[in-house]
Design a protein around this ligand. Structure first.
Ligand SMILES: NC(=O)c1ccc[n+]([C@@H]2O[C@H](COP(=O)([O-])OP(=O)(O)OC[C@H]3O[C@@H](n4cnc5c(N)ncnc54)[C@H](OP(=O)(O)O)[C@@H]3O)[C@@H](O)[C@H]2O)c1
Length: 294
């Protein structure tokens, strides 16, 4: 059973020739993931609703191996079209990264002041019951949980086809979900987002057990704050300190950088992470050291 290792880093973390799908790969974390894989020899299919963002992402490819498929992860038809496109091009995949997600940050210019724990009960009720639209729950849970499930189901046969063609000593097909420390903490008041991420963490563990007989691995990356469109307000809040955050908030006093996500993805997607199945990799600068959940 023992396989000899050369302990060579380029072999250990190689993703050369890998076929991957990254949802929401046109911007932010998804783009970092797509570019990392592609720069290191993988072919990457990215999805997203905005064609212009996808086009820019395709242009950023180092070897011309990022391919865009416009569409929403919440649409059955779009998902089927994406599967058909990939089936025609490669007929299998090795990796599905469920990255597409949405936040519930209140960016309205006329927003009522967001209540704190010290706000009156009336203010808290008014903000969450009268002001915040109920649809936010529906949209966020649909995108951050339900669509992760349906996307995984849509690509299941292509992941299985990946297993069937790959040499048996190489890591099995894998679904990675981009969860969040928001799903592991009681600290922030992003209630809807946190509930959605907590839900998807549970979902993917639940699904992981179910997929064991089919050799499809499931793993989670739970990032803390990284700069992206989603966290523009956080970046802005620490502009005046040059990005330095309070140690009580994030022990490393900053947001994550692209290399830290890229390295995590290379680890999980390559031989190095081949024994991971059911893992949650937290990359948060120590945020959960201060603010762990239950
Ligand atoms: N940035 C952070 O600090 C942080 C921390 C923890 C977790 N995360 C998670 O990381 C993931 C990526 O977020 P980000 O920070 O990179 O923000 P982002 O730049 O806003 O990325 C979100 C991406 O998802 C796509 N998307 C959203 N809804 C979609 C849908 N229904 N169908 C297809 N694509 C969809 C968006 O493209 P379109 O709008 O064009 O569809 C966009 O490319 C999310 O799951 C987020 O919750 C981020």
């Amino acid at each position: 059973m023992a396989t000899k290792s050369t302990y060579d880093r380029s072999n250990l973390t190689s993703v050369d020739g890998l076929i991957a799908v990254v949802t929401g790969g046109g911007t932010g974390l998804g783009l970092i993931i797509a570019r990392t894989l592609e720069a290191n020899g993988a072919t990457v299919f990215i999805t997203g609703r905005r064609q212009d963002k996808l086009d820019e992402a395709v242009k950023s490819a180092q070897h011309g191996r990022i391919h865009a498929i416009q569409g929403s992860t919440t649409s059955h038809d779009d998902l089927q079209r994406a599967v058909d496109f990939v089936t025609e091009k490669t007929a299998y995949i090795d990796l599905l990264v469920n990255n597409a997600g949405q936040t519930t940050f209140d960016s309205s210019p006329n927003a009522r002041p967001k209540p704190t724990g010290q706000s009156s009960v009336a203010e808290i009720r008014d903000y969450y019951f009268n002001y915040r639209p109920q649809e936010l729950w529906r949209d966020t849970l649909e995108t951050n949980i339900a669509a992760v499930f349906t996307t995984s189901m849509a690509f299941l046969e292509l992941l299985d086809a990946g297993n069937k063609r790959r040499a048996s000593e190489l890591p099995k097909s894998q679904i990675i979900v981009i969860g969040s420390t928001g799903g592991l903490t009681r600290f922030t008041d992003s209630f809807i987002y946190n509930a959605s991420k907590s839900g998807v963490h549970h979902l993917i563990k639940n699904l992981g057990g179910f997929l064991v007989p089919h050799d499809i691995r499931t793993n989670i990356i739970a990032p803390g704050w990284f700069p992206s469109d989603m966290t523009a307000a956080v970046s802005k809040a620490y502009e005046s300190t040059g990005g330095v955050m309070p140690r009580e908030l994030v022990p490393q006093q900053r947001m994550g950088n692209p290399d830290e996500l890229a390295g995590t993805v290379l680890y999980l997607a390559s031989k190095a992470g081949g024994f991971c199945n059911g893992a949650t990799l937290v990359i948060d600068g120590g945020f959960l050291q201060n603010h762990a959940g239950p």
